[in-house]
Ligand binder design. Structure first.
Ligand code: ARG
Length: 457
């Protein structure tokens, strides 16, 4: 079977099934532009150190330019027989430019080549994802700024806890996505190192200039150990862990959107373009997009587990197991890119129902803590104040009313320190406005934080 690059050594061809089983071209062809970029940097270096001629370099550059345009035009013929993206491109180069093409692979192996390709590709994708996270933060902060004064119940244990502003609630997600961007930025530093030059595993006897290649490709550092360079996939695992956290945050937000859109809660509706109907129930408008986003976390978490498992038993250096790193990594990136792009559009399309939020906040004694704090400020120890208010809540529950519905005399029966100014602290507005420290839910604080985020993005 003459098609294969290593066929001279073999006496029988592989079966069609084994060929398909071992091939990666149908998924790794997406690395093609980076494979070409890496090859051009390698060839440039080989010419600079005198391993190939300037004429060879020019031939390689000319061939690669044509190959890239063939790929972009969808005219490139990808062959299963040629196993992967690297051999497909190399074969075509030889067809186009002859001997110069045959010299390209000098001092290089597919092992350091593929590691370089993935890093170049992932680096570019990380930059796109960081940009999208910034856009999502911008969208959250913009909506938050419109709802600095919109009050809804804050929950713990999904039970009404204390009133919060909707803007504050949205900015909680802006914080999460900010940390996600930091994590990706940090991961990018370790992605941005050059494996090329490690060759198959031991380095090469040619007088290569790895630093030149690193500069050409924009890598910040050169991998310092050839065995590690070809076999390290930590960078991909780290990325998948960061990706899983992004999707975890998306999933929490999605869960809330679904819950808020339930008629039983009725806090928001999503724009029609993110919902679908039912084929049987004519009245339905379902929040499909957040539900699906919540569901897609599963696959991204799965890819992280797959990669960790892929690496755990591998002896140094490169093993073919590593070919399995790509599909999960590609899918994680695709899932994140699509999900974030949709959320950037969906968040500004949330229509808020402030009356429903307010009505819910008025139920469940959300300002009970404020009443306890009121007593503390008048000299009652907090634990005693807590008990006094608990008794008042119990009384309200029996009567079916709210704390604010009790008259001053009725309240004073629970504690003599209560005076006519008490009703101000029992209001939702009074409760949120009082929490104006850094990180608090007060409208003025939320306005400040939202503007800070908008200035960043
Ligand atoms: N397709 C391979 C991969 O994805 C490229 C490296 C192959 N190297 C090898 N010695 N078989 O990892």
């Amino acid at each position: 079977n003459k098609a294969q690059a290593w066929s001279a050594r073999f006496s029988e061809p592989v079966s069609d099934l084994v060929k398909r089983y071992t091939a990666s071209v149908f998924f790794d062809k997406r690395l093609a532009p980076y494979d070409i970029q890496g090859s051009l940097a390698h060839a440039d270096m080989l010419a600079a150190v005198g391993v190939i001629s300037t004429q060879d370099l020019q031939d390689i550059q000319r061939g690669m330019t044509q190959i890239l345009s063939e790929i972009e035009a969808g005219q490139f013929e990808w062959l299963l027989d040629l196993e992967d993206v690297h051999l497909n491109i190399e074969k075509r180069l030889v067809e186009l430019v002859g001997d110069a093409g045959k010299r390209l692979h000098t001092g290089r192996s597919r092992n350091d080549q593929v590691a370089t390709d993935i890093r170049l590709w992932l680096r570019a994708e990380i930059d796109v994802l960081i940009g999208l996270l910034g856009e999502l933060r911008h969208a959250l902060a913009t909506t938050a700024l419109q709802h600095t004064d919109t009050i809804l119940p804050g929950f713990t244990h999904l039970q009404v806890a204390q009133p919060v502003t909707f803007g504050h609630h949205l900015l909680a997600y802006a914080e999460m996505f900010g940390r996600d961007a930091e994590r990706l930025q940090d991961c990018r530093r370790r992605v941005n190192r050059l494996p090329l030059g490690a060759a198959a595993l031991a380095g090469t006897s040619y007088p290569i200039d790895r630093e030149r290649v690193a500069r050409t490709l924009g890598f910040e550092e050169v991998c310092r150990n050839s065995l590690d360079a070809v076999s390290d996939r930590d960078f991909a695992i780290e990325f998948c862990a960061a990706a899983a956290l992004v999707m975890t945050h998306i999933s929490r937000l999605s869960e809330e959107l679904v819950l808020w859109m339930s008629p039983r809660v009725g806090f928001i509706t999503l724009a029609d373009r993110f919902c679908t109907g039912s084929s049987i129930m004519p009245q339905k408008k379902n929040p499909d997009v957040p539900e699906l986003a919540r569901g897609k976390v599963g696959r991204v978490n799965g890819h992280l587990m797959a990669l960790l498992t892929l690496m755990k038993g591998q002896p140094l250096a490169y093993n073919k197991d590593n070919q399995e790193d790509k599909e999960g990594l590609f899918d994680s990136v695709d899932t994140l890119r699509d999900t974030l792009t949709i959320f950037v559009d969906m968040v500004p399309g949330i229509s808020v129902k402030p009356e429903a939020m307010r009505a819910a906040a008025l139920q469940g004694y959300a300002t009970a803590t404020d009443l306890a704090d009121y007593l503390v400020k008048r000299g009652t120890p907090f634990r005693d104040a807590h008990e006094v208010v608990a008794l008042a809540v119990r009384e309200c529950e029996q009567r079916g009313c709210d704390l604010a519905d009790l008259s001053l005399d009725e309240l004073r029966a629970f504690h003599p320190a209560i005076e006519s100014d008490v009703h101000a602290v029992l209001t939702l507005e009074g409760s949120v406005a009082a929490r104006k420290h850094i990180g608090g839910t007060a409208p003025e604080r939320v306005r400040f934080e939202a503007k800070r985020i908008l200035e960043l993005h």
